[in-house]
Design a protein around this ligand. Structure first.
Ligand SMILES: *Cc1c(COP(=O)(O)O)cnc(C)c1O
Length: 391
């Protein structure tokens, strides 16, 4: 079966016909798997598995347990479970840290009376999604400064009401604060779990085991970014006891996470896409993206006042075309350039550095379909030439 958008289904239905009927204008997603710009394209294997899974009924606990075991096996971890996005994973991490496997406590959340409910977070690890940790009723104890933190400061913050310690891995945060292995040793010496948000850190595929190997007890990954599973999925990998607490605190059980249910079709879709993601030759994939991004660099590199290069590092999970303006740049800001791209024809979404004071923007090839690299290169070039002349 073929249900990939662009292909016509029986009845003439296409992705384009659906949005046309709603009056919604499509865009070229050159900004990566951002949820507001519809995430990533689910792999054909995921769509196929979802349709097939709709034929059967199961006991959801049995399915979630078996699917978790499969993910542990596929990723090389001791244990795993499925969540509603990496965000859902953060809510579940916090609930697990507070209620563990105590049925009365699980039922009681988000009212945390009588149980440890503080999560320690380094100031440099605060980020836009961290309020998800507060969903089940926990509160933050912030330590350190935005740029650094010492292990002594974390130890001093641990008390009888501490439920866990948070760790963030995300672009532009590399090495910030206490190294994960040291943080894990400290937390474990107090019987506390390390809750890690590593949502967007795939690829590289080696990261599937990196953070658990460094001692994190629960690591949250997104299934809807480069894994290209259903947009609403995510998964936790980690220590068997903590994965079990996470599962008990998660939907479909009634409780504070009930609104985070994941359907059997989405579970099958995530498994199929994760399998395909892991089976993909990362070197060949990287080369393909690098060639595409070099093509765009070549189209814009001569434009005065800017520099364009392909970057692939901790901040750029796959090769990106990164543009920075020189001191003498006369044109509009990065955000204005992105606005112009998004209001052009075709509409193009590009990524502006999301730190408080952006000093770069980039093109991400993850969601570019056949022919779109050329379209993006042309539109980006035209807009930058115009901008460089002061317009
Ligand atoms: C993307 C991201 C999330 C959210 O992941 P979803 O799977 O979209 O819910 C959470 N934390 C960080 C650091 C992220 O990059």
């Amino acid at each position: 079966m073929a249900t990939h958008s662009g292909d016509e289904l029986a009845g003439g239905l296409t992705g384009r016909s659906i949005i046309d009927s709603l009056g919604v204008v499509p865009l070229i997603n050159a900004g990566g798997p951002n949820t507001k710009h519809s995430g990533s394209r689910p792999r054909p294997e995921a769509i196929e598995a979802m349709e097939a899974m709709s034929e059967v009924f199961v006991d959801m606990d049995e399915l979630l347990l078996a699917a978790g075991e499969r993910i542990a096996e596929l990723t090389g971890n001791e244990a795993a479970t499925i969540t509603s996005g990496a965000s859902g994973g953060l809510v579940v991490q916090a609930a697990a840290a507070m209620a563990k496997d105590d049925p009365a406590r699980i039922k009681q959340l988000p009212i945390t009376d009588g149980m440890p409910s503080e999560l320690i977070i380094q100031r440099g690890h605060r980020f836009v999604y961290d309020h998800l940790y507060l969903g089940p009723g926990s509160s933050f104890v912030e330590v350190g400064r935005p740029t650094d933190c010492t292990i002594e400061e974390i130890e001093a913050a641990i008390g009888p009401n501490t439920a866990g310690v948070i760790h963030l891995e995300s672009p532009f945060k590399e090495g910030l604060g206490v190294p994960l292995p040291d943080l894990a040793d400290l937390a474990h010496s107090h019987g506390l779990p390390v809750l890690a948000d590593c949502a967007s850190m795939l690829p590289p595929r080696e990261n599937l085991t990196k953070f658990t190997a460094q001692g994190a007890d629960l690591v949250s990954f997104s299934g809807g970014k480069a894994v290209r599973g259903p947009q609403s999925t995510g998964f936790l990998v980690g220590k068997p006891e903590w994965i079990e607490y996470a599962r008990l605190n998660n939907a479909p059980n009634p409780g504070v996470t009930r609104a985070q249910k994941v359907s059997k079709e989405e579970i099958a879709g995530l498994l199929a896409s994760l399998e395909a993601f892991i089976a993909t030759d990362e070197e060949a994939e990287t080369k393909r993206y690098r060639d595409q991004m070099n093509f765009i660099v070549d189209q814009i590199t001569e434009i005065p006042g800017l520099s364009a290069e392909v970057k692939h590092n901790y901040d750029h999970y796959i090769p990106h075309t990164v543009v920075t303006f020189a001191e003498n740049w006369k044109g509009p800001s990065y955000s204005e350039i992105a606005e112009r791209l998004k209001s052009g024809s075709p509409r193009i979404y590009a990524q502006v550095d999301y730190r408080p004071e952006p000093d770069l923007m980039w093109i991400d090839p993850l969601n570019l379909q056949d022919g779109e690299v050329e379209q993006v290169a042309e539109a980006f070039r035209n807009i930058l030439i115009d901008a460089a002349s002061g317009n």
